[in-house]
Design a protein around this ligand. Structure first.
Ligand code: NDP
Length: 299
């Protein structure tokens, strides 16, 4: 089997390089990959030639415009990268009988209420990022290609910057921290998403009728405040330098932190469909975060 991974240096892309390697002959590209091929999503018109030359059986797209606030200022670029480019890739996949794996987000929903959303809940994005990701989903479905769209939330990875690292830095420098407590979701590891992707692709090879849209997040839920407190107390308990006192991490509402893009308050996603279809167990969010912390702190 030939696999083409696009966006291979992002959080999820990096982990996919590891998880997809045993499945077949893997070509992993980003927009600045040295060599004859690169996958620049700001120029979707160049993608058919790339796919035509590499002739993959499976295309996994981890590239995206993920800068949620910046997308409000550059909606056309966000639309090109999050919708037009995946649309072109999906049409190529359909024409060649290839399978496309794509990632989407809980930001396609408006985040009202407090129940976990199922895959068929009505979409109502609040931001340019959410709208363009939804357009990408729609174009992929319309192409008729065999696809897996995995919607996820609050993705972190050991590599590069992340929310936990920022909180640890601030907790080492400051005496008090205020963290949003009215946005609720599940921190989800890029490694978990990559491993689920590899498992789902193996299953799909035998059962193509399982193609479709699924929600994939770690089990359980927390707020950014709960996430921050978990991370800081984990580090404190292991002797890392923490200045902030336990009761000086304070919950604060989203309204106190205005940002260019509106974010959903309820990021809960119902993963029942994914777990049943692919016989998967999704671990609690704390397990993945502890592992990431052990990696980044060397604990
Ligand atoms: P990252 O931002 O870490 O990775 C995205 C990748 O796309 C990066 O390698 C980025 O390169 C690349 N990219 C940016 N612009 C272009 C371009 N013009 N052409 C080609 N590649 C480009 O995102 P994640 O790994 O976190 O996200 C993976 C998927 O998961 C995305 O579809 C995202 O929408 C989705 N998702 C992410 C969430 C999150 O919390 N991060 C939450 C929910 C869904 P560079 O870094 O150099 O810009």
């Amino acid at each position: 089997m030939k696999l083409l991974l696009l966006g291979c240096n992002g959080q999820v892309g990096w982990e996919l390089q590891r998880a997809l390697a045993p499945l077949g002959e893997l070509t992993a590209l980003d927009f600045d990959t040295p060599g004859p091929w690169r996958a620049d999503f700001s120029r979707p018109e160049a993608l058919p030639a790339l796919i035509g030359a590499l002739r993959p059986d499976v295309i996994v797209n981890a590239a995206a415009h993920t800068a949620v606030d910046r997308a409000e200022r550059e909606p056309e670029l966000a639309r090109t990268i999050n919708a037009a480019a995946p649309g072109v890739i999906a049409r190529e996949a359909a024409a060649r009988g290839a399978t496309l794996v794509h990632y989407s987000t809980d930001y396609v929903f408006d985040g009202s209420g407090d129940a976990p959303r199922a895959e068929d809940a009505p979409a109502a994005p609040l931001s340019v990022y959410g709208r363009t990701k939804l357009e990408g989903e729609t174009l992929i479905r319309a192409s008729g290609c065999r696809h897996l769209i995995l919607r996820t939330s609050w993705v972190y990875a050991a590599r590069g910057g992340n929310f936990a690292r920022t909180m640890l830095k601030l907790a080492a420098e400051r005496e008090a921290l205020s963290v949003i407590d009215d946005q609720v979701g599940a921190p989800t590891g890029a490694d978990l998403l990559a491993d689920v992707t590899a498992h789902a692709l193996r299953t799909l090879a035998a059962r193509p009728e399982l193609a479709g849209t699924y929600h994939c997040v770690a089990a359980g839920e927390t707020s950014w405040f709960g996430y921050a407190r978990f991370v800081v107390e984990w580090a404190r308990a292991r002797g890392h330098p923490i200045r902030v006192a336990p009761d000086a991490i304070r919950p604060t509402p989203t309204a106190d932190y205005p940002t260019p893009a509106r974010r959903p308050l309820n990021s809960r996603l119902d993963t029942t469909r994914l777990r049943r279809a692919f016989a998967l167990h999704l671990p609690p969010w704390q397990a993945g975060v502890e592992r990431m912390l052990a990696e980044v702190l060397g604990a």
